[in-house]
Design a protein around this ligand. Structure first.
Ligand code: CAA
Length: 254
């Protein structure tokens, strides 16, 4: 098994488990990961998902040895990165807890998550240029949206790694903590999100992601409809009633 799962306090942790190659993302690992995320997405006990690696590596990229001899047509027909689109469709919040290397596909996988907590030892990069290729799992698009054109060009064209502090300043990640705390910090964010009304969390995530592929006009319309839709939920009635009654709301997830 290349992905370990644990569940607690309303959230799940999916841990990449191929440490001997710094969690290089081969087809088997990605297949297991995507299947796992989809099943957690359907699991009503889980309201938030943490994706993590180990202290040395979140993931050092796609498995170079697996791809090395492939022809263009093999790459096209195996459509290696198609399963990544399924990660984009996960409805529950995904938090990446990153320590060590997040390179190439590893950095792209992290950017597919909704929030990122990193250890001080984390290193981010898109080093594909150094092995004769370029990012292929969303790097040129998600990185540019996250850090802007010139910094994205810097990372993609030089292949240079950036530190956790730089990544924080550039807006690529949410928070940096000492290495012994990165998973604990991610757990505390997951626990907090798991305590929120699930339908509102789901529709809010969907609306934020919508902003990446629509006009402001279309996005505002989408947001408004999701907002109105929440008035059909019992949790909206409960949340607003509890506020007026100065008590803690009890969410039903409907
Ligand atoms: N694919 C396959 N194997 C990998 C790997 C990868 N991406 N990254 C590391 N490994 C393997 C190494 O080959 C090595 O295996 P062996 O012990 O069998 O030799 C093992 O993991 C440990 O790695 P190193 O000995 O190299 O460890 P290090 O600490 O000296 O260096 C590193 C760490 C700088 C991350 C280095 O391993 C490295 O440069 N890795 C490749 C990073 C990279 O280029 N990633 C992009 C891949 S392409 C991609 O991701 C395309 C895309 O857009 C999806």
């Amino acid at each position: 098994m290349y992905v370990n799962i644990t569940k607690q306090d309303g959230y799940a942790i999916a841990q990449l488990n191929r440490p001997e190659v710094l969690n290089a993302l081969n087809i088997q690992l990605m297949t297991e990961l995507v299947d796992t995320l989809e099943s957690l997405d359907k699991d009503s006990d889980v309201r938030c998902i943490i994706l993590t690696g180990n202290e040395k590596a979140f993931a050092a990229g796609a498995d170079i040895k697996e791809m090395a001899d492939a022809s263009a047509i093999e790459m096209l027909t195996r459509d290696q990165f198609a399963r990544w689109d399924r990660i984009r469709r996960i409805k529950k919040p995904l938090i990446a807890a990153v320590s060590g290397f997040a390179l190439g596909g590893g950095c792209e996988l992290m950017m597919s998550c909704d929030m990122v907590i990193a250890s001080e030892t984390a290193k981010f990069g898109q080093p594909e240029i150094n092995i004769g290729v370029m990012p292929g799992a969303g790097g040129t698009q998600r990185l540019t949206r996250a850090v802007g054109k010139v910094k994205s060009m810097e990372m993609v064209l030089t292949g240079r790694m950036i530190s956790a502090d730089e990544a924080l300043r550039w807006g690529l990640i949410n928070k940096v903590v000492p290495v012994e705390y990165y998973l604990e910090e991610a757990k505390s964010w997951a626990k907090e999100i798991a305590s929120k009304p699930p339908v509102a969390v789901k529709l809010a995530k969907e609306a934020v992601l919508k902003s990446f592929d629509t006009t402001i006009e279309g996005g505002l319309e989408f947001e408004r409809k999701n907002f109105y839709l929440l008035f059909a939920s019992e949790d909206q009635k409960e949340g607003m009633k509890a506020f007026a009654e100065k008590r803690k709301p009890e969410w039903k997830g409907k």
